[in-house]
Design a protein around this ligand. Sequence first.
Ligand code: F0G
Length: 458
Amino acid sequence: MDYPPPPYRIKMVEAIELLPRDKREKALKRANYNIFNLKAEEVFIDFLTDSGTGAMSQEQWASLMLGDESYAHARSFERFQKQVQEFTGLRYVIPTHQGRAAENVLFGTLLAERPGSLVVSNQSFDTTVGHILYNKAKPQDIVIEEGLDPQKELPFKGNIDLEKLVEILEDPTKDVSVITLVLTNNAGGGQPVSFENIAATAKIAKKYGIPFFLDIARIVENSYFIQQREKGFSGKSLKEIVKKTCQLADGVWMSAKKDGYVNIGGFIALKDEELANKLKERLILFEGFPTYGGLAGRDLEAIATGLEQAVSDEKIVRHRISQVAYLHARLKERGIPVVNPPGGHAVFIDAKSFLPHIPPEQFPAHALTCALYLEGGIRGVEIGSLMFGREEDGKFIPAPMEFVRLAIPRRVYEKGHFDYVAKVFEKIKEIKHTLTGYRITEEPELLRHFLCKLEPIK
Ligand code: F0G
C-alpha cells in the first residue's frame, strides 16, 4: 500500500519527551510492571490505544462551542440523533458516555433473565467479555480458524465461522441469547469482517430468532476494507457501506472514541421501539436522561461532526490505514513476526513466535510490552493471556494468541515516529533471548489486565 500525504496539516502540537533509561526502569517498577499504571508523561510514543486518543478536526473543535447544555431535548441531542440515524440508518438512538456504557445498558437488558446463556461472536473484546460475564452469561468466540493464525493472509480474517454458528444454534443443550460481530475484530488483529459474512450471520440470526447486534467501534475502517477488497463494493461510498452494514443487524453499539474521532462518547442505535424503551430505563439509571446519556451537549456536537466527517472525506481513513500498513512493513522487513495482513487500527506482534522461550503462563506478550517501554519509552498493550487467559479449577487456560498491539491514535503521529519504533524493535530483537516472563502478584476478579500487579520472573 502506498503512503499518501496526510490529508491535513498540524495546527497545534504537544511536546513529548523520552526519559532516560534509569527513569524508565524506575517508572515501570513503580507501576508494578503494569503499563496502564505508567504516567502518560513517562511515555514517549503512546500506542496503548487508539480509543479517545485521536486529534479532532477544527470543525469538531468549533462544534464544541455550539453545545446546548439543556438537560432534556437539547438542540445538540437533536443534531446528534439525526447524524447517528444518517450514519447507521437506524431509527432509535441512545447516547452513552462510551462503548462499555452502551454494553452495560444493552447486555444488562438483553441478558437480564438469561444466566448461563451464550453470547456468540467472532471475537468479543475485553470490556464486552466483562459485561457478558458480569451478567452471568458466557462469551463464545468463533472467529474463522484462519483468524487465529497470525501468518495467514486473508482479506477478511475477522469473519465468524458460519458453520460453527449453526452448529451451536442447533445444539439443544445450548442457549444462545445474543449474536454479535465486532467490526473490525480488535482482539484478532484489527481484521475486517466481510459484508457477505455479516449478511449471512444476519440471516441465520433471523432464522433462529436470536437478537443480532454489531459492535461498530471501527466500522469506517471495516467499510474501507470492504470497499477495497470485496467484490461489488469498489464503486460504493463509505457512507453507503457503513449504513448498509448497520441495517443488517437489529442494532449496533459504538464506542465513538474510535471511528467517531472524539475523545469521549458512544451510542446504541436500533430498530425496535419496544427494546429501545427498555434500554432507556437502564440508561437513566446508569448514564442519564435519554437525550444526553452521560455526555455533555458539546460532546454530542463533536461526535455528530466526527461521524459526518469520518465517512464523507474518504482520504481520512485511507491515510490512517496506510499509516498502520507503513509501520507493519517497517517491522516485517526487520524480521519481527507481525500479524498478517496489517489490520485497520493497529500493528500486532506475535509474541508466541518472537519469544518462544517464555511460556503463555508467563505472559510473553507482556514481557515484550515491558521491553518496548524499557528500550524505547513506547507503550503498547498486551492482548494475550494476561487479558484473556483465565484459571479454571486451578488450571491455567491460555488465550488463543499472545499479541502485543501497537494501536495508532488517529491523526497524531507521523512517519518519523514509526521509523523510531522500528529501530527500537531492532534493538529488542538483538536482546530478545535475555527477556524473561512475568507473574501476577495481585489481581481483581474481572478485567484483570487493567488493575493487576506483576513482577518479572528472575
Ligand atoms: N468494543 C470494542 C471493539 C473496543 O475496541 C472497545 C474499546 C470497546 C468496545 C469499549 O469501548 O472503551 O469506549 O468503553 N477498546 C479500547 C481499545 C479501549 O483499546 O481497544 P469504550
